[in-house]
Design a protein around this ligand. Structure first.
Ligand SMILES: *[C@@H]1O[C@H](CO)[C@@H](O)[C@H](O)[C@H]1NC(C)=O
Ligand SMILES: *[C@@H]1O[C@H](CO)[C@@H](O)[C@H](O)[C@H]1NC(C)=O
Ligand SMILES: *[C@@H]1O[C@H](CO)[C@@H](O)[C@H](O)[C@H]1NC(C)=O
Length: 326
C-alpha cells in the first residue's frame, strides 16, 4: 500500500516510468516569449524572486539549462516548486529528469506560462497553456476544511501565491508537476499493468468515453482483475458479453469531478452517469481507500482529469449485493 500523497514514491515509480517515457517532448522555446517581452519595471526579476522565495533548486536547474536568461527576458507566470518538492522525487525520477536535457527542458517549460495567472482568478478546471507545447496545467479549487480554499495546479498546492516580479508573477508550489501523457484511455493503453482494463474498455467500444469524460478515473490493475475474476468464477457470475453491465462497471470507476489527493476528503463522491457514489477514505497516515480498494499510485495527470491506480475492482450497487466482497 502506498501513500497517495507521495505520488511518485520510489516504490511505485515502475508504474510511472512508462508514462514519463511517453511524454510529448516538444518544448516550445522560451524564446517565443521574447516577442511578448515587456520593458522591465522596477523591482526584482522573476529569477531573483524565485531565489528569494527559497526555490534554489529550480534556480540551479534553470541556470544549468540556460533557461534563466530566457525567464528574465520574458513576461511570464512561473510555478516554482519548493526545494523539498525536488527532494521528494524518487532518485530514479530525479536522475531521469536531470540526466536528459530534453526532458529537463520539457519539465521546466511546463512550470511557466506566458499568460498572467493570479490565484484569485482560479476557477475549477480552467486550463492554462504552458511553454511546453500542447501541454496544459489544470487548475482546481478545493475546500481547505478551515473556511478557505486550496488552489491546485495539476495536483500541486499553491503555497505562496501572486508574488509580483518586474517581469511577471510567481507562485510557489509544493510539488514538481508533470504534463499529462494523454487521456485516461492513453494512460491505460501505455501502461504494462492495465492490459485487462484496456481489453474490457475496448470490448464495449468505450475509448471515446475514456477520452472525453472530464473527471477522475480509478484504474484497477491486472492483479485486481485476476482476483475479481476468480471471485466471479467462484460465485458462478459471468459479465463477459454483457455490455450493459460492463459499461456500468467502467462508469462506476469515474467521478464527475477532478479529485487530486490534495483536495480529497473522506466522504461520498458522485460517480459518473448513474447517480451512484463511491466512498473515499483518507487515512491519517496518508493512505487512501476507494470503497474496498487501496490507491496504490495516485495523482497521475491526464488531459481529461486525474487517474489513480487501485488494487481492487469497484463494484456498482446493483451488483454489490450479489457479489460479496471478500
Ligand atoms: C528505477 O526504479 C525501478 C523501480 O524501483 C527499478 O526497477 C529500476 O531499475 C530503477 N532504474 C534506475 C535507473 O535506477
Ligand atoms: C532524452 O530523452 C528523449 C525523450 O525521451 C529521448 O528521445 C532522448 O534519446 C534522450 N537522450 C538521451 C541522451 O538519453
Ligand atoms: C494506514 O492507516 C490505515 C487506517 O488506520 C490502516 O488500515 C493502514 O494499515 C495504514 N497503512 C500504513 C502503511 O501504515
Amino acid at each position: 500500500m502506498t501513500v497517495i500523497s507521495e505520488r511518485f514514491s520510489a516504490h511505485n515509480s515502475f508504474l510511472y516510468f512508462p508514462y514519463l517515457g511517453r511524454l510529448s517532448m516538444s518544448p516550445a522555446s522560451f524564446l517565443v516569449c521574447l516577442a511578448a517581452a515587456v520593458a522591465a519595471a522596477q523591482g526584482m526579476t522573476l529569477m531573483e524572486e524565485i531565489a528569494n522565495a527559497g526555490s534554489t533548486t529550480l534556480v540551479e536547474l534553470l541556470k544549468s539549462t540556460g533557461l534563466d536568461k530566457a525567464v528574465d527576458s520574458g513576461y511570464l507566470t512561473v510555478f516554482a516548486p519548493t526545494n523539498d518538492a525536488f527532494t521528494n522525487l524518487p532518485d530514479n525520477l530525479t536522475q531521469t529528469i536531470t540526466g536528459n536535457a530534453t526532458i529537463l527542458n520539457a519539465v521546466l517549460s511546463f512550470h511557466a506560462t506566458s499568460a498572467i495567472f493570479r490565484a484569485q482568478d482560479a476557477v475549477p478546471n480552467m486550463l492554462i497553456e504552458t511553454l511546453l507545447k500542447e501541454s496544459k496545467i489544470r487548475v482546481n479549487v478545493y475546500d481547505d476544511n478551515a473556511g478557505g480554499s486550496i488552489v491546485a495546479v495539476n495536483g500541486a498546492r499553491v503555497i505562496k501565491a501572486d508574488i509580483p516580479a518586474s517581469n511577471g508573477l510567481l507562485h510557489v508550489i509544493d510539488r514538481v508537476i508533470f504534463p499529462p501523457a494523454g487521456s485516461f484511455y492513453d494512460l491505460v493503453a501505455m501502461s504494462d499493468v492495465h492490459k485487462e482494463l484496456k481489453r474490457i474498455i475496448d470490448s464495449v467500444n468505450y475509448k471515446s468515453v475514456l477520452e472525453g469524460h472530464v473527471g477522475t478515473f480509478f484504474a484497477p490493475t491486472d492483479d485486481a482483475f485476476k482476483s475479481f475474476g476468480a471471485m466471479l468464477t467462484a460465485r458462478g457470475v459471468d459479465f463477459n458479453g454483457n455490455d450493459v453491465a460492463t459499461k456500468e462497471f467502467i462508469d462506476y470507476h469515474m467521478l464527475d469531478s477532478v479529485v487530486y489527493s490534495i483536495g480529497a476528503k473522506t466522504g461520498m463522491y458522485n460517480t459518473w452517469d448513474h447517480g451512484e457514489s463511491l466512498g473515499v477514505m483518507m487515512n491519517a497516515n496518508g493512505t487512501a481507500k476507494i470503497n474496498q480498494a487501496n490507491v496504490i499510485l495516485g495523482d497521475i495527470p491526464a488531459t481529461n482529469g486525474v487517474m489513480h491506480v487501485i488494487d481492487s475492482v469497484l463494484i456498482p450497487e446493483p451488483y454489490a449485493s450479489s457479489i460479496v466482497i471478500g
